[in-house]
Write a protein that binds this ligand. Structure first.
Ligand code: AMP
Length: 195
């Protein structure tokens, strides 16, 4: 199978984690989650982890230069060239998106599509309240969703301008949502083949 290169975007509670895992299973691409990479560095107590943990605990974003460097290093590994990637949690800012674009242009491996798994604020709030985790207070949920909104809205426009954005309805059962995602990807790959 051809290596697919994907970005997945979605609010917390949208089912992004579940769908990302299914997509990498289906396409054999490398799952690159910057949140997971940073948490692993924090757990390992590396210098990067120490630097990142302060920022993450405050609910802020790690600096663009730092995260761009980490992602570029990961994307340069052989498995990515062979199998493609699914970026999850990156890019988070237009500056990161530009860094990604530059990297992919240099390597001659363009992105196939950025998938926005769309679930409304009301629906994700209801889902998170229903799962009842202690950090899921209504106030906490609202703050995280507000941050996501302000971070991500410019990125959606950024991908849309480059005709790389597909919005996929995230409502409904897991299989139905997965089918919508794979149909969107298949549509992009067909367009690519025709070029
Ligand atoms: P996540 O699991 O994707 O929500 O990421 C957890 C935390 O890691 C975020 O709240 C940020 O502090 C940090 N982080 C993850 N990805 C990025 C990124 N692309 N840019 C900056 N900070 C990030």
């Amino acid at each position: 199978m051809a290596a697919v290169r994907l970005v997945i975007l979605g609010r917390q509670g949208s089912g992004k984690g579940t769908q990302a895992a299914r997509l990498v299973d289906a396409y054999g691409s490398v799952h690159i989650s910057t949140g997971d990479m940073l948490r692993a560095a924090v757990n390992a107590g590396t210098e990067l982890g120490l630097e990142a943990s302060v920022v993450m605990d405050a609910g802020d974003l790690v600096g663009d230069d730092l995260i761009n460097g980490i992602v570029a290093e990961r994307l340069a590994l052989d498995d990515v060239a062979a199998d493609g990637f699914l970026l999850d949690g990156y890019p988070r800012t237009p500056d990161q998106a530009t860094a990604l674009e530059d990297f992919l242009a240099e390597t001659g491996t363009p992105l196939d599509v950025a998938l926005n798994l769309d679930v409304s604020v009301d629906e994700v709030t209801a889902r998170m309240v229903a799962r009842g985790r202690t950090d899921d207070t209504e106030e906490g949920i609202r703050r995280r969703l507000d941050l996501y909104e302000s971070e991500t809205a410019p990125l959606l426009a950024w991908f849309a301008e480059r005709e790389l954005l597909d919005v996929v309805d995230g409502l409904g059962d897991e299989d139905a949502v997965f089918d919508r995602l794979t149909s969107a990807i298949a549509g992009r790959l067909r367009v690519g083949d025709a070029c």
